[in-house]
Ligand binder design. Structure first.
Ligand code: ARG
Length: 575
């Protein structure tokens, strides 16, 4: 299975080698989509200076060689030395027929020995997920699904905040109100009230705050009473997370939770190692690392706090232990942290420390897949009327309620209506996130997300349902569509060429952890199908034309369903 850009790239390099010598077969063929042909190659421009020859002089003989290849219909020099290349219809048709017969749809097979850790969602014990968790959860899940589909060994890791200083205050509060009362309050999943009550006491009562600080140290030392109450908080939180993830269609399981407490037994060792390597020093009674290149507003170096002066450990400590564990114990080749932009400096410092310590050694990489802010109208932080954070659960309810209104008049059956509203609402919410560059901020606008046209979840879901209905009317199963694809019209050709780009779109997601590239590809694919369906009758066509158009429709359906699956978007059978 060949992706058109890769196939043309290989042809350009072969032409360069034949024309200029084998040493040129290693150049970048610089293939780009073109408005004047299918693709253009800018390779002559880039070689011109190196060869001391005008680009057109290099382009002309290369274009002549390309034009002679069977995959190419025409190759022409244009402008200062671009090569415009149009693929042969027969080539596109043959490749599309192969793609239909290929279980992987042209997606490449990655090296399964490469372990990729995807750190995402970042939930915290005793806190409800809020609107800000949506993007790091949904984007991280799409990245994990895509890498797994490519064939990498993927370890999902939700770095669960279960070990910070706040647990002292939460446990003391639980002791104050009694264990029974605590259990009743938390089992309902209403963590916010519990957390806020503890916080209020912590901020307003110095005696309580003092108890809370002592309690953290006891907890981190494994004192049994503290541990029991802590476990209560963790268990209730896990049940709650489980429910939210299931409804959101996120592939994180209990086994994917990488709680901060997991690293507890490693923290002393990490501190000792960094100290003996000269990377951690005592500063104001605390053990700190100062990776070079990070200064605060006052111009002073910013520390990573590895052990606080009271002996306690915090977020910096567990992140240092986590990266060491992932690299040196698990042997990760790549770690992707799908985390909000506000933690960029923290993560960069952790990566730099890991590099200095000799844990992060090329070719292994650690990267921050930066997540931008989702805001309310006008770019303001999303909040409730009372000024609190919007709960993720409420956001999902709202999406589904609104979806139900949008589709209300289409279904008589109430059960079916609510099932589809669930898929449309959740799909719209998730797709809204996935269709924009993950590091840009974006305004949550339900009307836009739920629109049935444009680059939206419902539009793509609808595109798949429409293709299924073509097959239903024909009394055929799309899985049975087979045989040669023929390209009689421009719309068929454009659709087939678009479908061949699936493998590349999936690779593009993996390269820089950017799911929106697959989203745009799927939108372009659905649009190409719409144009095709407007211009090319399918069921009323006859003979080989009908068979070929059904095959194209079936291939489109598989590409869309597979792609939406990689993004974690639910695909209802009917809409
Ligand atoms: N729980 C953290 C928070 O709420 C996010 C965790 C991100 N991952 C990490 N390895 N630091 O901010």
């Amino acid at each position: 299975m060949t992706d058109p850009e890769a196939a043309l790239g290989a042809l350009v390099l072969q032409a360069l080698a034949d024309e200029l010598g084998p040493e040129y077969s290693a150049a970048d063929p610089l293939i780009r989509p073109s408005g004047f042909a299918d693709y253009q190659s800018n390779v002559a421009m880039s070689l011109s200076r190196q060869l001391g020859r005008p680009p057109r002089d290099i382009a002309a003989p290369v274009a002549a060689r390309l034009a002679a290849a069977s995959a190419v219909a025409s190759a022409e020099v244009s402008g200062p030395g671009f090569i415009n290349i149009t693929l042969a219809d027969e080539w596109i048709a043959a490749e599309a027929s192969d793609q239909l017969a290929d279980a992987r749809l042209g997606v490449t097979q990655a090296d399964p020995s490469q372990l990729v850790v995807v750190d995402y969602s970042g939930p915290n014990v005793a806190k409800e997920l809020h609107a800000g968790h949506l993007r790091p959860t949904v984007v991280g899940d799409a990245i994990a699904r895509t890498l797994e589909h490519l064939g990498y060994r993927v370890l999902r890791a939700a770095h669960l905040g279960d070990w910070g200083t706040q647990f002292g205050m939460l446990i003391e509060h639980a002791l104050d109100i009694g264990e029974r009362e605590t259990e009743d309050e938390l089992a309902s999943g209403e963590f916010t009230a519990f957390y806020q009550a503890a916080r209020t006491k912590f901020d307003g009562e110095p005696v309580f705050a003092d108890r809370a600080r002592k309690r953290v140290v006891q907890l981190q030392a494994g004192e049994p009473d503290s541990m029991r109450l802590w476990q209560l908080l963790v268990d209730d939180s896990m049940q709650y997370l489980h429910k939210i993830y299931a409804r959101l269609g996120v592939s994180l399981t209990d086994a994917d939770m990488a709680p901060e407490s997991f690293y507890n037994s490693m923290l002393d060792g990490v501190c000792d190692e960094l100290q003996s390597k000269g990377l951690a020093v005592m500063s104001d009674g605390a053990l700190c690392a100062f990776p070079p290149g990070f200064t605060g507003r006052d111009g002073n170096p910013v520390p990573l706090m590895l052990r606080k002066s009271d002996g306690g450990y915090g977020y910096d400590s567990t992140d240092a232990a986590a990266i060491r564990y992932r690299l040196t114990e698990l042997g990760a080749a790549r770690i992707i942290y799908v985390v909000g932009s506000e933690q960029n400096q923290h993560l960069k410092m952790i990566f730099e420390l890991a590099r200095q310590a000799g844990w992060l050694v090329p070719p292994a990489t650690a990267e921050h897949a930066v997540i931008g802010l989702m805001t309310g109208p006008g770019g303001q932080r999303l909040k409730t009327r009372s000024g609190d954070q919007v709960k993720l659960a409420d956001l999902m309810d709202e999406a589904v309620d609104r979806a139900a209104t949008v589709i209300a008049d289409r279904y008589d059956d109430a059960a079916q209506r609510s099932q589809i509203a669930e898929a449309v609402g959740i799909g719209a919410l998730k797709y809204g996130d996935l269709s924009v560059a993950r590091d840009s901020s974006y305004v949550l606008d339900f009307d836009r997300l739920l629109a049935l046209t444009g680059n939206t979840g419902p539009y793509l879901q609808y595109a798949t349902a429409r293709i299924r209905s073509i097959f239903a009317r024909a009394g055929l199963d799309p899985a049975d569509a087979a045989g040669a694809i023929r390209l009689g019209t421009a719309a068929e050709r454009a659709l087939a060429l678009q479908l061949l780009g699936f493998g590349r779109a999936v690779d593009d997601v993996a390269a820089a952890a950017e799911p929106h590239k697959l989203a745009s590809y799927l939108f372009d694919t659905a649009s190409a199908f719409t144009t095709f369906y407007e211009h090319c009758p399918v069921l009323t066509a006859e003979g080989e034309t009908r068979q070929s158009r059904l095959a194209l429709a079936a291939l489109t359906l598989r590409v869309l369903v597979t792609g939406l699956g990689l993004l974690g978007i639910p695909v209802p059978q009917r809409m």
